[in-house]
Design a protein around this ligand. Structure first.
Ligand code: TXA
Ligand code: MG
Length: 324
């Protein structure tokens, strides 16, 4: 398969979405590169959700100062059930609203294969089956779930055309599949079905009233002051049980040392070569591994406050913050 060379020109390649461009896009995804693709809501910045480095590259391309959990996109229900647990009411919602602009947050399966970074270390995972035919063909051909936030730089408006994506992301993305303007033009509704009570985490393309009608009950609405907030809004959404301390030069007695860069004494190392993508991809999984009662605390070596390092440090600061 011929692949477009990666060069330093700021313009990424844009190809009309068809069988040929999908085949090229799939090669990029398998190689861990990013592909922007149209959905009925907004353009997504897609990467292999099972590849931690690809997911880290998504955060890097967006310039996200934080690791918020991402939506995992699937072509069909079989793929969705491999990733999350669907109870009866959630299956019913999926059969009624999918494919479409609804994202369902469900309990993540232990064998989902989804990178911990994609779901930001949470026990849940957000799944969506887009309605756009081209998007679903791409997902089916990729034959792996794609993590895809909106394909804009962090804090900017979501893109609804291929040109918007090119203007914002430049060559951080290997290829942009052009499927024309998005039909809905607004992100999907995010509904948390992982607990007893369904909670609306983000209003979007699927109407709240229709969801309530389908569920036969009221949906709680998350937000500032509400009992439950979306992880992106929370001060802390994954903190280890153990105390955590940053900027550690070495471990004190009883502490586990989480290294970065050359560190022979580290219990685990986020990246011996100091590679930020590798470190981001390892972060949540390594915190979990070290969160064991045989350690007194987790000491983390300094991580430069630049690029993905800002998001890594943001997450570590939250994990180190006093617990309430
Ligand atoms: O329309 C859309 O949903 C677009 C297209 C590309 O599909 N995607 C999108 O993704 O808007 P993103 O990453 O920008 O938004 C993800 C939202 C955030 O509000 C995040 O907090 C929430 O989904 N989310 C993701 N995983 C979650 C989880 N496990 N629990 C709760 N909320 C989650
Ligand atoms: Mg967004």
């Amino acid at each position: 398969m011929w692949l477009a060379p990666r060069h330093n020109v700021a313009m990424p390649s844009i190809l009309p979405l068809d069988d040929r461009s999908i085949a090229i896009a799939v090669e990029h995804i398998r190689a861990g590169r990013l592909v922007a693709f149209p959905t009925e809501t907004v353009y997504g910045l897609g990467g292999d959700a099972t590849n931690g480095a690809a997911v880290a590259a998504i955060f890097e391309a967006k310039g996200r100062p934080r690791f918020n959990p991402l939506i995992v996109h699937v072509p069909d229900m079989i793929a969705a059930r491999r990733i999350g647990d669907f109870d009866k009411r959630t299956e019913e919602l999926a059969s009624r609203f999918w494919p479409g602009p609804l994202t369902l947050v469900v309990k993540r399966r232990a064998d989902s294969g989804i990178s911990e970074l994609a779901s930001a270390g949470l026990e849940t995972v957000a799944i969506r089956m887009p309605a756009d035919r081209g998007a679903r063909t791409f997902l089916a051909e990729a034959n792996r779930p794609l993590a895809a936030p909106s394909a804009n730089r962090s804090g900017k408006i979501s893109p609804t055309t291929a040109q918007h994506v090119a203007d914002e992301l430049g060559d951080a993305v290997a290829l942009i599949l052009d499927g024309g303007a998005c039909e809905v033009g607004l992100e999907s509704t995010v509904l948390d079905m992982s607990g007893e009570t369904p909670v609306l985490l983000r209003p979007g393309g699927a109407a709240l009233e229709e969801l309530e009608e389908a569920l036969g009950r009221k949906i709680e609405i998350a937000g500032p002051g509400a009992a439950i907030a979306s992880p992106g809004m929370l001060e802390s959404h994954y903190a280890p049980g153990l105390p955590l301390r940053m900027e550690a030069a070495r471990a004190a007695a009883g502490e586990a040392l989480l290294g970065f860069g050359p560190a022979p004494a580290a219990t685990l190392n986020l990246s011996e070569s100091g590679d930020m993508r590798e470190a981001a991809a390892n972060l949540f999984a390594m915190l979990r591994t070290l969160d064991r009662p045989d350690f007194a605390a987790i000491a983390v070596m300094p991580i430069p406050e630049q690029g993905l390092g800002r998001a890594i440090n943001d997450r570590l600061r939250r994990a180190a913050a006093p617990r309430c």
